[in-house]
Design a protein around this ligand. Structure first.
Ligand SMILES: C[S@@+](CC[C@H](N)C(=O)[O-])C[C@H]1O[C@@H](n2cnc3c(N)ncnc32)[C@H](O)[C@@H]1O
Length: 404
């Protein structure tokens, strides 16, 4: 891909985070940015047909319906404000918000009219997709608008719910490796016309600080990702929210599990046409790149920025707590809805690899139904990893729900 190679030739090796940033978000050739100048009907990378991976909202409106049940409870906690900000960050095709608005329209008309919707989307091409998907809501009474970055909402004093599904895994990550002589960062360069990785001094002291803050000591040879963008993002989210709740859904782990032996080669992976790729250096700009989310880091950084952790659960417990079983009980076992529910709830699949982190601000200890069942003890988010054993790292990776 032109801009990456040109930049390496001009300026030398890039951090992996910079490489991933260009591969996914370079203005014209980045994976998520393509089609910015094309017609509205250009193909999105997300979807069962034609895309590279699919996500929970593509499967069925079940997640949307569960989130609306949670939204209603949060509205109760907030005392039914005259304007309830409903902010989706990284909305992809816009399907999740569309289905949530639809659900609100059918069951909670009074709440619907108070919803001021904001979509935070970096890609102009995907913003256009979202405008298409949500065209029926263009004149929504409470308003609907788009911004390109959550920092634009800073100081808006939002009251309501900010949420995302599979956003944080799409942020560019640094790659690091612990070597005998200390922490090294992996850089990307070119040799004989190919991309190659080289290890060097960390590009920023923030990488070592990130590990130290979480009490992580990596053994020799351990390679992993550090998502500094996730830290900055949750700080900005905290700044934008005055009163309410942040719901982050993504695949990932507490720090203890993130830095466990089985992930000793990291969690980075690519997606191309519903196939998993372990090589980020092929199909640059054509394949999606993603890394699992460290929820302990989000909870910690959010805490420092004014967000209190309400709780962490997994997708299966969240959906069950919100009553997904009554949503499917009248459907035939072979129906699309029942199949979608089975996929969302799958143990050793989406149901357990996906987590739901809820944080709040300005409310006294809300008791939320979605967190009724938690597979984690309260201390799990803050527990330091057990020092992983040397060597023998095997990789367990989990994908966007589609790809494998
Ligand atoms: C993996 S897709 C998930 C899409 C959607 N939430 C879903 O579940 O189908 C990631 C989305 O986040 C957007 N995105 C990535 N970085 C972003 C950022 N910093 N701010 C806003 N949106 C971003 C991408 O353009 C894309 O829409």
């Amino acid at each position: 891909m032109q801009p990456v190679t040109t930049l390496i030739e001009r300026t030398g090796p890039l951090t992996f985070a910079r490489f991933m940033e260009l591969a996914l978000y370079e203005e014209t050739n980045g994976y998520y940015m393509k089609g910015a100048g094309l017609s509205r009907s250009h193909t999105s990378p997300i979807g069962m047909e034609g895309g590279d991976f699919f996500t929970a909202p593509c499967l069925s409106p079940l997640l949307a319906r569960c989130l609306v049940r949670q939204l209603v409870e949060i509205d109760d906690c907030l005392g039914h404000p005259a304007v309830f900000h409903l902010v989706e960050m990284g909305p992809g095709n816009g399907t999740l918000l569309r289905d949530m608005l639809q659900e609100c329209g059918e069951r909670h008309a009074a709440l619907l009219s108070r919803l001021a919707c904001v979509l935070v989307e970096r890609s102009p091409a995907l913003r256009r997709h979202q405008q298409d998907t949500l065209s029926a809501w263009a004149t929504h009474e409470g308003g609907i608008r788009w911004v390109d970055d959550v920092s634009r909402l800073s100081g808006d004093g939002l009251t309501g719910m900010l949420f995302s599904n599979e956003l944080v895994d799409a942020f560019p990550v640094h790659r690091i490796r612990m070597e005998r002589d200390g922490l090294r960062e992996l850089y990307v360069t070119r040799r004989h016309g190919e991309f190659v990785e080289i290890a060097g001094e960390p590009s920023t002291p923030e990488l070592a600080l990130f590990l130290a803050d979480l009490g992580v000591e990596l053994p020799d040879g351990f390679t992993t990702e550090i998502n500094l963008n996730a830290v900055r993002w949750i700080e900005q989210v905290a700044r934008a929210l005055d009163l309410g709740v942040v719901v982050t859904i993504d695949y990932g782990h507490t720090s203890r599990d993130y830095f466990s032996r089985e992930r000793g080669n990291g969690t980075l992976m690519g997606y191309y046409r519903h196939r998993v790729s372990m090589n980020p250096y092929t199909l640059v700009g054509e394949q999606d790149l993603t890394a699992h989310v460290n929820f302990s880091s989000l909870a910690r950084a959010g805490g420092q920025a004014g967000l209190t952790t309400t709780g962490l659960t997994n997708l299966m417990y969240f959906l069950m707590s919100m009553g997904i079983d009554d949503m499917v009980q009248d459907h035939d076992r072979e129906s699309d809805t029942a199949r979608a529910a089975a996929q969302l709830l799958r143990h050793h699949g989406m149901g357990t690899t996906f987590k739901v982190l809820i944080q709040h601000k300005g409310i006294e200890h809300p008791t939320l139904r979605g967190l009724r069942h938690r597979p984690f003890f309260e201390s799990a988010l803050t527990a330091a990893p057990e020092v992983p054993l040397q060597g023998g790292a095997s990789v367990m990776r989990h994908a966007h729900c589609g790809g494998q």
